[in-house]
Design a protein around this ligand. Structure first.
Ligand SMILES: NC(=O)N[C@@H](CC(=O)O)C(=O)O
Ligand SMILES: [Zn+2]
Ligand SMILES: [Zn+2]
Length: 430
Protein backbone atom coordinates (compact mmCIF):
# COMPACT_ATOMS: atom_id res chain seq x y z
CA UNK A 1 0.00 0.00 0.00
CA UNK A 2 1.45 3.37 -1.05
CA UNK A 3 -0.09 6.66 0.06
CA UNK A 4 0.21 10.23 -1.12
CA UNK A 5 -0.93 12.79 1.44
CA UNK A 6 -1.46 16.09 -0.31
CA UNK A 7 -1.22 19.55 1.21
CA UNK A 8 -0.01 19.12 4.78
CA UNK A 9 2.13 21.54 6.77
CA UNK A 10 5.10 19.77 8.42
CA UNK A 11 5.68 21.35 11.86
CA UNK A 12 3.06 23.99 10.95
CA UNK A 13 5.32 25.37 8.22
CA UNK A 14 4.94 25.59 4.42
CA UNK A 15 2.47 23.21 2.73
CA UNK A 16 3.82 20.17 0.91
CA UNK A 17 2.90 16.56 0.04
CA UNK A 18 4.07 13.49 1.97
CA UNK A 19 4.59 10.24 0.07
CA UNK A 20 4.67 6.84 1.82
CA UNK A 21 5.96 3.70 0.10
CA UNK A 22 4.85 0.14 0.78
CA UNK A 23 7.69 -0.40 3.25
CA UNK A 24 6.07 2.25 5.46
CA UNK A 25 8.73 4.87 4.75
CA UNK A 26 8.54 8.44 3.60
CA UNK A 27 9.89 8.84 0.07
CA UNK A 28 10.62 11.84 -2.12
CA UNK A 29 8.07 10.85 -4.79
CA UNK A 30 5.58 8.19 -5.79
CA UNK A 31 4.57 7.50 -9.36
CA UNK A 32 1.27 5.72 -8.98
CA UNK A 33 0.04 5.87 -5.36
CA UNK A 34 -2.60 3.32 -4.25
CA UNK A 35 -4.26 6.00 -2.17
CA UNK A 36 -4.37 9.80 -2.37
CA UNK A 37 -5.47 11.63 0.77
CA UNK A 38 -6.33 15.32 1.00
CA UNK A 39 -4.31 16.65 3.94
CA UNK A 40 -6.49 19.79 4.09
CA UNK A 41 -3.60 21.97 5.25
CA UNK A 42 -3.37 20.02 8.52
CA UNK A 43 -0.19 20.21 10.57
CA UNK A 44 2.02 17.11 10.25
CA UNK A 45 4.18 16.09 13.19
CA UNK A 46 6.19 12.95 13.87
CA UNK A 47 4.01 10.44 15.74
CA UNK A 48 3.90 11.25 19.45
CA UNK A 49 5.83 9.14 21.98
CA UNK A 50 4.55 8.70 25.53
CA UNK A 51 7.10 7.65 28.13
CA UNK A 52 4.44 7.13 30.81
CA UNK A 53 1.22 5.21 30.10
CA UNK A 54 -0.75 2.87 32.35
CA UNK A 55 -2.39 0.24 30.14
CA UNK A 56 -3.53 -1.80 33.20
CA UNK A 57 -3.17 -5.19 31.50
CA UNK A 58 -2.59 -7.68 33.07
CA UNK A 59 -4.77 -7.39 36.15
CA UNK A 60 -6.67 -4.11 35.76
CA UNK A 61 -8.80 -4.88 32.72
CA UNK A 62 -11.87 -3.31 34.32
CA UNK A 63 -10.20 0.08 33.68
CA UNK A 64 -8.12 -0.44 30.50
CA UNK A 65 -6.60 -3.12 28.29
CA UNK A 66 -3.75 -3.09 25.82
CA UNK A 67 -6.42 -2.94 23.08
CA UNK A 68 -8.45 -0.03 24.47
CA UNK A 69 -5.39 1.89 25.63
CA UNK A 70 -3.77 1.42 22.21
CA UNK A 71 -6.92 2.82 20.58
CA UNK A 72 -6.77 5.85 22.90
CA UNK A 73 -3.10 6.27 22.01
CA UNK A 74 -3.73 6.15 18.26
CA UNK A 75 -6.61 8.64 18.57
CA UNK A 76 -4.35 10.89 20.65
CA UNK A 77 -1.69 10.91 17.92
CA UNK A 78 0.73 8.48 19.58
CA UNK A 79 2.79 5.93 17.66
CA UNK A 80 4.72 4.59 20.69
CA UNK A 81 3.83 4.29 24.37
CA UNK A 82 5.71 2.99 27.38
CA UNK A 83 3.49 0.79 29.53
CA UNK A 84 4.12 1.21 33.26
CA UNK A 85 4.81 -1.89 35.35
CA UNK A 86 2.29 -1.47 38.19
CA UNK A 87 0.17 -4.26 36.75
CA UNK A 88 -0.96 -7.47 38.43
CA UNK A 89 1.17 -9.52 38.11
CA UNK A 90 3.82 -6.80 38.14
CA UNK A 91 5.93 -6.33 35.00
CA UNK A 92 9.01 -7.50 36.88
CA UNK A 93 9.98 -10.59 34.88
CA UNK A 94 10.60 -11.52 31.23
CA UNK A 95 7.36 -13.48 30.99
CA UNK A 96 5.14 -10.55 31.98
CA UNK A 97 6.92 -7.90 29.89
CA UNK A 98 6.87 -10.24 26.89
CA UNK A 99 3.14 -10.77 27.34
CA UNK A 100 2.46 -7.02 27.27
CA UNK A 101 4.81 -6.52 24.34
CA UNK A 102 3.10 -9.33 22.36
CA UNK A 103 -0.37 -7.98 23.11
CA UNK A 104 0.78 -4.60 21.81
CA UNK A 105 1.98 -6.20 18.58
CA UNK A 106 -1.24 -8.20 18.14
CA UNK A 107 -3.37 -5.08 18.56
CA UNK A 108 -1.02 -3.20 16.24
CA UNK A 109 -2.32 0.35 16.81
CA UNK A 110 0.76 1.71 18.58
CA UNK A 111 4.19 0.37 19.52
CA UNK A 112 3.80 -0.81 23.13
CA UNK A 113 7.08 -0.87 25.04
CA UNK A 114 6.73 -2.38 28.50
CA UNK A 115 8.63 -0.65 31.29
CA UNK A 116 10.26 -3.16 33.63
CA UNK A 117 9.95 -2.90 37.41
CA UNK A 118 13.10 -1.94 39.31
CA UNK A 119 12.23 -4.13 42.28
CA UNK A 120 10.32 -7.39 42.65
CA UNK A 121 6.59 -6.63 42.95
CA UNK A 122 7.44 -2.90 43.27
CA UNK A 123 8.30 -3.90 46.83
CA UNK A 124 11.38 -1.68 46.99
CA UNK A 125 13.50 -4.43 48.56
CA UNK A 126 14.97 -6.76 45.94
CA UNK A 127 16.10 -5.79 42.46
CA UNK A 128 14.02 -7.36 39.70
CA UNK A 129 15.59 -9.33 36.84
CA UNK A 130 16.55 -6.21 34.94
CA UNK A 131 19.06 -7.97 32.70
CA UNK A 132 16.61 -10.73 31.81
CA UNK A 133 13.92 -8.21 30.91
CA UNK A 134 16.44 -6.30 28.81
CA UNK A 135 17.39 -9.53 27.01
CA UNK A 136 13.76 -10.62 26.50
CA UNK A 137 11.82 -10.18 23.26
CA UNK A 138 10.43 -6.97 24.77
CA UNK A 139 13.97 -5.51 24.85
CA UNK A 140 13.25 -3.44 27.97
CA UNK A 141 15.39 -0.31 28.22
CA UNK A 142 13.38 1.64 30.79
CA UNK A 143 12.87 0.54 34.38
CA UNK A 144 10.62 2.11 37.00
CA UNK A 145 8.71 1.30 40.16
CA UNK A 146 6.17 3.96 39.16
CA UNK A 147 3.36 4.30 41.65
CA UNK A 148 6.02 3.61 44.27
CA UNK A 149 9.31 5.48 44.70
CA UNK A 150 12.50 3.45 45.06
CA UNK A 151 13.06 4.97 48.48
CA UNK A 152 16.06 2.91 49.65
CA UNK A 153 19.14 4.78 48.39
CA UNK A 154 21.24 1.62 48.22
CA UNK A 155 18.67 -0.14 46.01
CA UNK A 156 18.43 2.96 43.86
CA UNK A 157 22.19 3.13 43.56
CA UNK A 158 22.39 -0.51 42.47
CA UNK A 159 19.52 -0.05 40.00
CA UNK A 160 21.31 2.91 38.39
CA UNK A 161 24.54 0.89 38.15
CA UNK A 162 22.79 -2.06 36.51
CA UNK A 163 20.90 0.25 34.20
CA UNK A 164 24.15 1.84 33.07
CA UNK A 165 25.58 -1.55 32.12
CA UNK A 166 22.38 -2.33 30.18
CA UNK A 167 22.34 1.12 28.51
CA UNK A 168 18.95 1.58 30.14
CA UNK A 169 17.31 4.41 32.03
CA UNK A 170 15.74 4.35 35.50
CA UNK A 171 12.52 6.37 35.64
CA UNK A 172 11.79 7.41 39.18
CA UNK A 173 8.46 8.33 40.73
CA UNK A 174 10.01 10.94 43.06
CA UNK A 175 8.12 10.76 46.34
CA UNK A 176 9.61 10.25 49.77
CA UNK A 177 6.85 8.09 51.18
CA UNK A 178 7.83 9.02 54.75
CA UNK A 179 6.69 12.56 53.95
CA UNK A 180 3.42 11.62 52.26
CA UNK A 181 1.77 9.25 54.75
CA UNK A 182 -1.97 9.68 54.21
CA UNK A 183 -1.37 12.58 51.80
CA UNK A 184 -4.33 13.56 49.60
CA UNK A 185 -3.57 16.90 47.96
CA UNK A 186 -0.76 19.46 47.63
CA UNK A 187 0.30 20.70 51.10
CA UNK A 188 -0.79 24.34 51.21
CA UNK A 189 -3.70 26.63 52.02
CA UNK A 190 -6.19 24.89 49.70
CA UNK A 191 -5.67 21.44 51.26
CA UNK A 192 -5.69 22.98 54.75
CA UNK A 193 -9.05 24.66 54.08
CA UNK A 194 -10.51 21.47 52.59
CA UNK A 195 -9.25 19.34 55.47
CA UNK A 196 -7.16 17.11 53.20
CA UNK A 197 -3.79 15.81 54.43
CA UNK A 198 -0.99 17.60 52.58
CA UNK A 199 1.60 16.19 50.13
CA UNK A 200 4.59 18.53 50.54
CA UNK A 201 6.64 19.68 47.55
CA UNK A 202 9.76 18.66 49.48
CA UNK A 203 8.73 14.99 49.27
CA UNK A 204 9.40 15.22 45.53
CA UNK A 205 12.26 17.71 45.49
CA UNK A 206 14.40 15.86 48.05
CA UNK A 207 14.23 12.65 46.00
CA UNK A 208 15.01 14.47 42.74
CA UNK A 209 18.13 15.94 44.40
CA UNK A 210 19.17 12.63 45.95
CA UNK A 211 18.65 10.69 42.74
CA UNK A 212 20.58 13.23 40.67
CA UNK A 213 23.51 12.72 43.06
CA UNK A 214 23.22 8.93 42.84
CA UNK A 215 23.03 9.11 39.03
CA UNK A 216 26.08 11.38 38.92
CA UNK A 217 28.05 8.99 41.11
CA UNK A 218 27.04 6.01 38.97
CA UNK A 219 27.48 7.81 35.64
CA UNK A 220 23.98 6.57 34.87
CA UNK A 221 20.78 7.77 33.23
CA UNK A 222 17.94 8.91 35.43
CA UNK A 223 14.53 10.06 34.23
CA UNK A 224 12.25 11.90 36.64
CA UNK A 225 8.60 10.97 36.18
CA UNK A 226 5.78 13.56 36.34
CA UNK A 227 7.88 16.42 37.77
CA UNK A 228 5.44 18.80 39.46
CA UNK A 229 7.01 21.67 41.38
CA UNK A 230 9.05 24.82 40.71
CA UNK A 231 11.51 23.57 43.33
CA UNK A 232 12.11 20.36 41.33
CA UNK A 233 12.82 22.51 38.26
CA UNK A 234 15.41 24.45 40.29
CA UNK A 235 17.04 21.23 41.49
CA UNK A 236 17.16 19.93 37.93
CA UNK A 237 18.70 23.15 36.65
CA UNK A 238 21.32 23.03 39.39
CA UNK A 239 22.11 19.37 38.68
CA UNK A 240 22.55 20.06 34.96
CA UNK A 241 24.79 23.07 35.54
CA UNK A 242 26.83 21.99 38.54
CA UNK A 243 26.57 18.34 39.40
CA UNK A 244 26.41 16.35 36.17
CA UNK A 245 29.05 17.81 33.84
CA UNK A 246 31.95 15.39 33.48
CA UNK A 247 30.20 12.49 35.22
CA UNK A 248 28.77 10.79 32.11
CA UNK A 249 25.39 10.83 33.86
CA UNK A 250 22.22 12.16 32.25
CA UNK A 251 19.11 13.32 34.07
CA UNK A 252 15.93 13.93 32.10
CA UNK A 253 12.45 14.82 33.27
CA UNK A 254 8.88 14.78 32.05
CA UNK A 255 5.86 16.91 32.91
CA UNK A 256 2.26 15.80 32.50
CA UNK A 257 -0.36 17.82 30.62
CA UNK A 258 -2.47 18.05 33.78
CA UNK A 259 0.38 19.63 35.75
CA UNK A 260 0.69 22.22 32.98
CA UNK A 261 -3.00 23.15 33.03
CA UNK A 262 -4.74 22.32 36.30
CA UNK A 263 -4.06 23.63 39.81
CA UNK A 264 -4.70 22.47 43.35
CA UNK A 265 -7.90 24.53 43.55
CA UNK A 266 -9.51 21.83 41.35
CA UNK A 267 -9.90 19.80 44.57
CA UNK A 268 -12.40 22.36 45.89
CA UNK A 269 -15.25 20.34 44.38
CA UNK A 270 -14.05 17.23 46.28
CA UNK A 271 -14.44 15.32 43.02
CA UNK A 272 -11.76 12.57 43.10
CA UNK A 273 -11.39 12.89 39.33
CA UNK A 274 -8.91 15.61 40.35
CA UNK A 275 -6.98 13.32 42.68
CA UNK A 276 -3.62 12.40 41.19
CA UNK A 277 -0.10 11.57 42.23
CA UNK A 278 1.85 13.81 42.45
CA UNK A 279 -1.02 16.16 43.31
CA UNK A 280 -2.09 19.19 41.31
CA UNK A 281 0.01 22.11 42.51
CA UNK A 282 -0.55 25.88 42.88
CA UNK A 283 -0.55 28.11 39.80
CA UNK A 284 3.02 29.33 40.39
CA UNK A 285 4.21 25.74 39.89
CA UNK A 286 2.22 25.22 36.67
CA UNK A 287 3.67 28.45 35.26
CA UNK A 288 7.21 27.43 36.25
CA UNK A 289 6.68 24.02 34.61
CA UNK A 290 5.51 25.65 31.36
CA UNK A 291 8.56 27.89 31.28
CA UNK A 292 10.88 24.97 32.09
CA UNK A 293 9.37 22.91 29.27
CA UNK A 294 9.81 25.80 26.84
CA UNK A 295 13.43 26.31 27.98
CA UNK A 296 14.30 22.60 27.79
CA UNK A 297 15.00 22.23 31.52
CA UNK A 298 12.06 19.84 31.59
CA UNK A 299 12.71 17.65 28.58
CA UNK A 300 9.36 16.33 27.50
CA UNK A 301 5.65 15.77 28.03
CA UNK A 302 4.40 12.38 29.24
CA UNK A 303 0.74 11.68 29.90
CA UNK A 304 0.73 9.47 33.01
CA UNK A 305 -2.50 8.18 31.47
CA UNK A 306 -4.00 6.43 34.52
CA UNK A 307 -7.43 4.89 33.92
CA UNK A 308 -9.44 3.86 36.97
CA UNK A 309 -12.69 1.92 37.21
CA UNK A 310 -15.80 3.80 38.35
CA UNK A 311 -15.72 2.32 41.86
CA UNK A 312 -12.14 3.55 42.35
CA UNK A 313 -13.18 7.14 41.62
CA UNK A 314 -16.89 7.34 42.46
CA UNK A 315 -16.29 7.47 46.21
CA UNK A 316 -15.07 9.84 48.90
CA UNK A 317 -11.83 11.69 48.12
CA UNK A 318 -9.59 9.89 50.67
CA UNK A 319 -10.70 6.43 49.45
CA UNK A 320 -10.32 7.25 45.73
CA UNK A 321 -7.35 6.04 43.71
CA UNK A 322 -5.07 8.71 42.24
CA UNK A 323 -4.72 9.14 38.48
CA UNK A 324 -6.42 10.56 35.39
CA UNK A 325 -6.85 9.75 31.70
CA UNK A 326 -4.47 11.58 29.39
CA UNK A 327 -3.74 9.99 26.01
CA UNK A 328 -6.54 11.56 23.99
CA UNK A 329 -6.30 15.03 25.54
CA UNK A 330 -2.53 15.50 25.82
CA UNK A 331 -1.89 17.25 22.52
CA UNK A 332 -4.83 19.60 23.05
CA UNK A 333 -3.65 20.50 26.55
CA UNK A 334 -0.15 21.16 25.21
CA UNK A 335 -1.68 23.33 22.46
CA UNK A 336 -3.63 25.26 25.05
CA UNK A 337 -0.85 25.73 27.62
CA UNK A 338 2.23 25.97 25.38
CA UNK A 339 1.22 26.94 21.81
CA UNK A 340 -1.65 29.36 22.49
CA UNK A 341 0.54 31.08 25.09
CA UNK A 342 3.40 31.51 22.60
CA UNK A 343 5.80 29.40 24.68
CA UNK A 344 6.27 26.76 21.94
CA UNK A 345 5.64 26.62 18.21
CA UNK A 346 4.67 23.34 16.54
CA UNK A 347 8.32 22.46 15.97
CA UNK A 348 8.69 22.77 19.72
CA UNK A 349 5.68 20.51 20.22
CA UNK A 350 7.30 17.89 17.97
CA UNK A 351 10.42 18.16 20.11
CA UNK A 352 8.79 17.73 23.53
CA UNK A 353 6.06 15.25 22.53
CA UNK A 354 7.99 13.06 20.07
CA UNK A 355 11.68 13.66 19.34
CA UNK A 356 13.00 14.06 22.88
CA UNK A 357 10.98 11.24 24.46
CA UNK A 358 12.06 8.91 21.63
CA UNK A 359 15.68 9.85 22.29
CA UNK A 360 15.38 9.38 26.07
CA UNK A 361 13.98 5.89 25.51
CA UNK A 362 16.49 5.07 22.79
CA UNK A 363 13.90 4.41 20.06
CA UNK A 364 15.65 4.55 16.70
CA UNK A 365 12.48 4.57 14.56
CA UNK A 366 10.34 7.15 16.40
CA UNK A 367 10.60 10.90 16.77
CA UNK A 368 12.36 11.07 13.41
CA UNK A 369 12.30 14.00 10.96
CA UNK A 370 9.49 14.13 8.39
CA UNK A 371 11.94 13.44 5.58
CA UNK A 372 12.50 10.92 2.78
CA UNK A 373 13.96 7.65 4.04
CA UNK A 374 12.45 7.98 7.51
CA UNK A 375 9.70 5.71 8.90
CA UNK A 376 6.19 7.05 8.20
CA UNK A 377 5.17 7.52 11.83
CA UNK A 378 3.13 10.68 11.89
CA UNK A 379 0.14 12.56 13.19
CA UNK A 380 -1.98 15.11 11.34
CA UNK A 381 -3.47 17.81 13.55
CA UNK A 382 -6.11 20.48 12.97
CA UNK A 383 -4.78 23.39 15.06
CA UNK A 384 -7.94 25.48 14.61
CA UNK A 385 -10.48 22.87 15.69
CA UNK A 386 -12.03 23.05 19.12
CA UNK A 387 -13.69 20.10 20.80
CA UNK A 388 -15.48 19.36 24.05
CA UNK A 389 -14.11 16.51 26.14
CA UNK A 390 -16.60 13.77 27.11
CA UNK A 391 -15.13 10.92 29.12
CA UNK A 392 -17.80 8.51 27.89
CA UNK A 393 -16.73 9.15 24.28
CA UNK A 394 -13.03 8.42 24.85
CA UNK A 395 -11.67 5.03 23.77
CA UNK A 396 -10.58 4.02 27.27
CA UNK A 397 -12.79 1.72 29.31
CA UNK A 398 -12.51 4.14 32.23
CA UNK A 399 -13.84 7.67 31.87
CA UNK A 400 -11.90 9.54 34.59
CA UNK A 401 -10.92 12.61 32.59
CA UNK A 402 -10.38 15.81 34.58
CA UNK A 403 -11.35 17.81 31.46
CA UNK A 404 -14.99 16.63 31.30
CA UNK A 405 -17.07 19.28 29.52
CA UNK A 406 -14.04 21.46 28.87
CA UNK A 407 -13.53 22.90 25.38
CA UNK A 408 -9.94 22.37 24.19
CA UNK A 409 -8.06 23.57 21.10
CA UNK A 410 -6.52 21.38 18.39
CA UNK A 411 -7.74 17.96 17.22
CA UNK A 412 -5.84 14.88 16.14
CA UNK A 413 -7.39 13.92 12.79
CA UNK A 414 -5.20 11.09 11.46
CA UNK A 415 -2.35 8.98 12.86
CA UNK A 416 -0.06 6.74 10.82
CA UNK A 417 2.23 3.98 12.13
CA UNK A 418 4.84 2.71 9.66
CA UNK A 419 2.67 3.66 6.70
CA UNK A 420 -0.62 2.26 8.05
CA UNK A 421 -3.45 4.45 9.33
CA UNK A 422 -4.12 3.75 13.00
CA UNK A 423 -6.55 6.67 13.30
CA UNK A 424 -8.49 8.12 10.40
CA UNK A 425 -10.84 11.11 10.67
CA UNK A 426 -10.79 10.74 14.45
CA UNK A 427 -11.75 7.04 14.33
CA UNK A 428 -9.58 4.03 15.11
CA UNK A 429 -7.94 2.29 12.15
CA UNK A 430 -8.63 2.74 8.46
N1 LIG B 1 -0.38 9.00 38.75
C1 LIG B 1 -1.28 8.44 39.53
O1 LIG B 1 -1.95 9.16 40.28
N2 LIG B 1 -1.50 7.13 39.53
C2 LIG B 1 -0.77 6.14 38.80
C3 LIG B 1 0.54 5.79 39.44
C4 LIG B 1 1.60 6.85 39.30
O2 LIG B 1 1.86 7.37 38.21
O3 LIG B 1 2.26 7.15 40.28
C5 LIG B 1 -1.63 4.91 38.67
O4 LIG B 1 -1.13 3.84 38.35
O5 LIG B 1 -2.86 5.04 38.82
ZN1 LIG C 1 4.09 7.91 39.48
ZN1 LIG D 1 2.24 6.69 36.47
Amino acid sequence: MTTLIRNVRPYGEDPTDLAVDDDGRLVARLDDPDEVVDGDGLIALPGLVDLHTHLREPGGEEAETVATGSAAAALGGYTAVFAMPNTNPTQDSPVVVEHVWRRGREVGLVDVHPVGAVTVGLGGERLAEMGMMAASAAGVRMFSDDGRCVNDPLIMRRALEYARSLDAVVAQHAEDHRLTVGAQAHEGPVAARLGLTGWPASAEESIVARDAMLAAAAGARLHVCHLSTAGSVAVLRWARETLLPGTGARVSAEVTPHHLLLTDTAAEDYDPVHKVNPPLRPEADTLALRRALADGVVDCVATDHAPHAVEAKDCEWPQARPGMLGLQTALSVVASTMVATGLLDWRGVARVCSEVPAAIAGLADQGRPLAAGEPANLVLVDPDARWTVRGAELASIADNTPYEGMELPASVIHTMLRGRWTARDGKVGV
